[in-house]
Design a protein. Structure first.
Length: 155
């Protein structure tokens, strides 16, 4: 039973769990497993009551497995482009996402790897910011702009 509150009043809602230990099949009227792929607390309570020692394999969906959460999707783990620096923001963004996704998968396997990856990302962000500041400074320097314009005229 579950206590449900509606505008200041409490009502009890009953959920029915059907258990077939022979076929290791468990269903609940709340339909949480059917909707979300997660075992509901009602079935877990029945597991405890019936002393079920192992969750049946059919209730351990691949999408919740460690392998599924660590594996980089195929469309993100393909080979890097061999043409150099991508020419548009979107292509550069996609290439960086591919690399960062692989880094995240490598760095999440343990606390030490996470710390190395996290610190490395922080350092890279600082380098990118410094490069951006330098480019803005260069673009705002009239001497540099004249030099660039004169080179264009000479070519």
């Amino acid at each position: 039973m579950k206590r449900v509150y509606k505008e200041g009043e409490a009502t009890l809602k009953t959920y029915n769990v059907a258990a077939n230990q022979g076929s290791k099949t468990y269903t609940c009227s709340c339909n949480m497993f059917d909707q979300d792929g997660l075992l509901c607390p009602h079935i877990l309570k029945v597991f405890t009551t019936l002393d079920v020692q192992h969750i049946p394999q059919k209730y351990l969906l691949h999408r919740w497995s460690e392998e599924a959460t660590l594996k980089v999707p195929q469309h993100l783990s393909g080979p890097e482009p061999v043409f150099g620096v991508p020419v548009t923001n979107k292509l550069r963004y996609n290439a960086m996402c591919r690399k960062m996704t692989q880094l995240a998968a490598d760095a999440c396997v343990g606390p030490e790897e996470y710390m190395v990856g996290s610190e490395g990302i922080d350092q890279l962000r600082e380098k990118v910011k410094a490069t951006t500041r330098a480019l803005i400074s260069w673009q705002n320097d009239p001497k540099m702009q004249l030099g660039v314009k004169s080179r264009w005229r000479e070519g």
